[in-house]
Design a protein around this ligand. Structure first.
Ligand code: ZN
Length: 104
């Protein structure tokens, strides 16, 4: 099951992947190497690069699912995280209020 060597990278950086560190998924083949990916942000439409190194971190350090890929630029990701955090805080406060109101 040896793969043919991929064609030479043109300009972009390529990092060899450590398959043992990836989170395998039956429906998706694992990544043999990482290469800079150009994508368009889903939220603001800006074109950005998901670098090979970021991919390696995502898949190997943080256990990101193999089928996942970057869809948002750094700014939009930050904004989304903030929104989620706010929501969490809001939920927590609501729960506290409820507790108080129920006299518990
Ligand atoms: Zn964006």
């Amino acid at each position: 099951m040896k793969r043919k060597a991929p064609p030479r990278a043109r300009g972009g950086r390529r990092i060899k992947a450590d398959l043992r560190k990836q989170t395998p998924n039956n429906s998706y083949s694992q990544k043999v190497y990482y290469e800079d990916i150009v994508f368009t942000c889903r939220d603001c439409g800006v074109e950005c690069v998901w670098t090979a190194e970021q991919q390696r971190l995502w898949y190997e350090q943080w256990g990101g699912p193999i089928q996942s890929t970057a869809v948002r630029c750094r700014d939009c990701r930050k904004q989304l995280q903030r929104a989620k955090l706010e929501q969490k805080k809001h939920m927590y406060e609501m729960a506290q209020k409820k507790k108080r109101n129920s006299g518990a």
